[in-house]
Design a protein around this ligand. Structure first.
Ligand SMILES: [Zn+2]
Length: 388
């Protein structure tokens, strides 16, 4: 990257320069060069700002007879674009996530921060060597598991974390999805010996609490799949359930999500960002047509039989407009449990109270299904002090 002085020389360092918009390019370039060597995430963000200022200048001046200056700006823009690759490292990813954490601690909204940190984290994640990324996620699994030792963790969450840690042993790969969607999928075996690959949403828009919540969500898919003995679609329905049973289940789950939505409304304990993170999960937990769409997609890909597809479609139809609660329900509850703990929300908060009861009921259902099916042990680390 050229130094600011060199750039200024090349683009006409005359007495009138101070009046030109090119000063904004100068400032962005100087800011980049001032970033300490051990801050690759900040350096990447600074380079993006250089590119943005170059673009703005070229757009402003094009066709106004500043050929030589424009050539210098275009050259810098090229350099700043090319220079970003070397900052797409694990260290940069961790730094960006930590910066989002700092914003959240200050009560700021990372969605409206003009550095677009989450998008940068996602971009960076694609440059991290896959083994390094997997190892980083193993660290995230350990961090999630270590929550069990936190004396402030609610008993309900502690029991669930134990269940999720058992599920984590079935996940053999955690990676950045290059083509597919984020999520958990079966990549080998079936039933209790199935192995899973976790396509991680490395956007991390809510920082480390987002990553931890995302991890809890995806591990819940694994735990529930094994508890219920469900199809590769991983429906949250015990194998062999009748459509009538599924109808009752979906109605109950939809009602709980509605109650949670009501509890969340206008609750001053949550800031706008937190409210949006919870709201989107409550909506995601019961989208119409969801199981039917998954069933069709999996059948087309040859991952389930026609008989399985037909059963899942019948389940989805039995759920009415809450089909999504048959795929995403236990998942979003556990994800929100992690959010609330990480955000330090009081356990007396009405939304938190309702959420813990709902997550415990869902956990009980999984445990009952496990013992009915005689399928492996439930949580390896049941909460010793769990309330009845
Ligand atoms: Zn999910």
């Amino acid at each position: 990257m050229m130094e600011t002085a060199e750039f200024q020389q090349r683009t006409g360092d005359g007495p009138m320069r101070g009046r030109s918009k090119i000063v904004q390019v100068d400032n962005a370039l100087t800011a980049f060069h001032a970033v300490p060597a051990d801050r690759p995430g900040t350096a990447l963000i600074a380079l993006k700002a250089v590119v943005r200022q170059c673009e703005a200048y070229v757009q402003h001046k094009e066709g106004k007879g500043e050929g030589q200056r424009l050539a210098g700006v275009s050259e810098l823009q090229q350099q700043a674009g090319d220079g970003q690759a070397k900052f797409r490292t694990l260290a940069a990813f961790n730094e960006l996530v930590a910066e989002i954490d700092r914003l959240l601690e200050r009560g700021a909204n990372p969605d409206t921060d003009d550095r677009a940190l989450a998008a940068a984290a996602q971009e960076v994640s694609r440059g991290i060597p896959p083994d390094d990324f997997h190892a980083m996620m193993e660290g995230q699994v350990r961090t999630l598991g270590a929550l069990s030792g936190d004396p402030d963790l609610p008993a309900e969450t502690r029991g669930i974390i134990g269940e999720l840690m058992a599920a984590a042993q079935r996940v053999t790969r955690m990676q950045v999805p290059m083509n597919g969607m984020p999520g958990m999928k079966i990549t080998a075996g079936e039933g209790d010996s199935a192995e899973f690959t976790f396509n991680v949403d490395a956007q991390a828009r809510g920082g480390s609490s987002f990553l931890q919540g995302h991890l809890a969500h995806e591990l819940t898919h694994v735990a529930a799949h094994q508890a219920f003995g469900s199809s590769p679609v991983m429906e949250l329905v015990e194998a062999g359930a009748t459509p009538e049973e599924v109808r009752a289940l979906a109605t109950e789950r939809k009602q709980t999500l509605l109650e949670l939505q009501q509890a969340l409304r206008n609750d001053p304990a949550f800031n706008d960002f937190q409210e949006s993170m919870l709201s989107e999960k409550l909506v995601y937990g019961a989208q119409p047509q969801k199981l039917e769409q998954y069933a069709s997609g999996f059948a087309r890909a040859g991952k389930i039989t026609e008989e399985q597809r037909a059963r899942l479609v019948a389940y989805g139809q039995a759920a009415g407009d809450a089909s999504g609660a048959l795929v995403e329900y236990d998942t979003v509850l556990n994800q929100m449990l992690v959010y609330l703990h990480r955000w330090g929300i009081s356990q007396d908060n009405p939304f938190y109270v309702r959420l813990r009861a709902a997550a415990q009921a869902a956990s009980d259902r999984r445990n009952q299904a496990r013992s009915r099916r005689g399928a492996g042990p439930p949580a390896p680390d049941p909460a010793p002090d769990r309330a009845p």
